[in-house]
Design a protein around this ligand. Structure first.
Ligand code: FAD
Length: 450
């Protein structure tokens, strides 16, 4: 009996997780695996691009986790520079560049994200850069090496923050221009204000409430300034950090069903709802929020890897399901760590929850221990039950990863009181006697108890 064939479109987090997991469960004699990647690199870390631009990582190849040869050693064929041009769902074939047709028994669509670009004049000018692929990082590094002195970052999400910080570290004057009233729109405004203040304190110029109207271009065709209704900001370099939509052109054109978010609509086992013989995973799919049950699109590597693994498991014959997301995320700007999980206030309001919020200030370490820094935690609980709904953290080094405790507690359906009584570690270099997580949970539960 000849082997079945799995074709994977997209050679990064989701696609390669699917391929490797399927291979773990089915031998080369049972399953032939081919991965098509349109770009020159595979298995790269987009998450590392800001740190490569910032010079924390100098060698680009450190961002490459595995090579085609590594995959070949596992009997997985990875073809870089090979774009999938179409999917013939009725024939069960992928049409690759040049017209080659690859038949499949199982297909994984893992085409990733599509960076958002506002429809404004000048966005295609020389000097306007995305931060999506390694080539973008190389272009920004080249612009800095060529003497760029000023940069405008469009967008105040985590990519915008990370890029603003590293460009400033490289000695550029940085202006962040955002349409929202504050950076990090996924935070409540009282937490976003702290982020904004920290950025301004670092010397980053933050221009809020200003949708970009035009990227002004000089006679040489290169970017000269970014114009909003409130002003014009001279620059040598524009970096786009406006968020990520799903890359679904191939899926849509082939007839795969899209969901309410515009991303590929998949069931919990990553099978397309419209064509269950096809799987999809990563930034190109929509998922669901564990608290509200709503369909959402979240472009994060942590989900892409897990969803790919789920698809690979199912293809390999082992039932699996992706358990949804809480919107857990973290980043840093300078020494300030920023993290969130679950619902923020506006999400809780939109979801019709009866809830209360508490904000506490504590320290990251025992007050006498060197390096202790302030930490602010905002916690959202359901009124009456005390069930944890969300948490946001803004604070010094050691703050951000505490969000995982809240994420785990929400995942497990704990109340604030249960979290307050839980056995969290304490030693002076890491925490005050009562960890700030416990303090926040205790304040919320005390109030609940009246
Ligand atoms: C600057 C930056 C920082 C980030 N930081 C974090 C972070 O700190 N934490 C986190 O969790 N996530 C982070 N992310 C997000 C994370 O990188 C993505 O969620 C993850 O890479 C998604 O994996 P994916 O496989 O779905 O898509 P991608 O990594 O985008 O891979 C999709 C691949 O498919 C290929 N492809 C597309 N169409 C075709 C086609 N027709 N034929 C062949 N190949 C095709 C693309 O070339 C691409 O290589 C960051 C992203 C960026 C850009």
């Amino acid at each position: 009996m000849s082997a079945e064939r799995l074709v994977v479109i997209g050679g990064d987090a989701a696609g390669l997780s699917a391929a490797t997991q399927a291979r773990r469960l089915r031998s080369a004699g049972e399953l032939d695996i081919v991965v098509l990647e349109q770009g020159p690199e595979i298995s790269y870390s987009a998450c590392g691009i800001p740190y490569w631009v910032g010079g924390l990582v100098e060698d680009r190849d450190r961002l490459l986790a595995r090579t085609p040869a590594d995959f070949a050693a596992q009997d997985i064929t990875v073809r870089a520079d090979t774009r999938a041009e179409g999917i013939d769902l009725s024939a069960g074939e992928v049409v690759a560049a040049g017209g080659e047709r690859l038949g499949y028994d199982a297909l994984v669509v893992a085409t990733g994200g599509d960076p958002l670009r506002p429809p404004v004049p000048g966005l295609d000018a020389d000097g306007v850069h995305g931060v999506h692929r390694l080539a973008d990082g190389a272009d920004i590094r080249a612009a800095i090496a060529a003497g760029a002195k000023r940069a405008v970052v469009l967008g105040g999400g985590y990519i915008g923050l990370e890029m603003a910080e590293v460009l400033q570290t490289r000695g550029l004057e940085v202006t962040v221009v955002l349409a929202d009233p504050l950076p990090m729109a996924q935070l409540d405004s009282d937490m976003g204000e702290r982020v904004c203040a920290a950025m301004c304190g670092m010397g980053i110029d933050v221009q809020t409430d200003q949708p970009v109207r035009e990227v002004e271009v000089g006679p040489d065709g290169a970017v000269r300034a970014v114009r909003t209704d409130a002003g014009s900001y001279d620059t040598d370099l524009v970096v786009l950090g406006l968020g990520m939509g799903p890359e679904v052109a191939l899926a849509r054109d082939s007839g795969l069903g899209l969901g309410a978010t515009g991303a590929i609509d998949v069931a919990h086992n990553q099978r397309s709802r419209s064509h269950p013989e096809v799987f999809a995973a990563g930034d190109c799919v929509q998922t669901f929020h564990r608290i509200t049950g709503e369909a959402i699109h979240v472009a994060l590597g942590t989900h892409a890897n897990k969803q790919g693994r789920v698809a690979g498991s199912v293809i390999g014959g082992r039932p699996a399901r992706f358990a949804g997301v809480l919107g857990t995320a973290m980043t840093k700007v300078g020494d300030l760590e920023v993290a969130r999980t679950g619902l923020c206030t506006t999400q809780a309001e939109d979801g019709g929850f009866d809830f209360r919020t508490e904000l506490i200030e504590s320290g990251t370490r025992a007050g006498y221990y060197p390096g202790a820094a302030p930490i602010h935690i905002k916690i959202i609980t359901e009124r009456g039950s005390g069930l944890l709904l969300g948490a946001q953290i803004v604070g010094g080094p050691g703050s951000g990863k505490r969000i995982d405790v809240f994420a785990t507690a929400i995942w497990a359906g704990l109340t604030a009181e249960q979290l307050a009584g839980s056995d969290l570690a304490y030693a002076p270099p890491f925490s005050p006697t009562y960890d700030p997580v416990v303090v926040a949970a205790r304040v919320a539960s005390r109030i609940e108890q009246g």
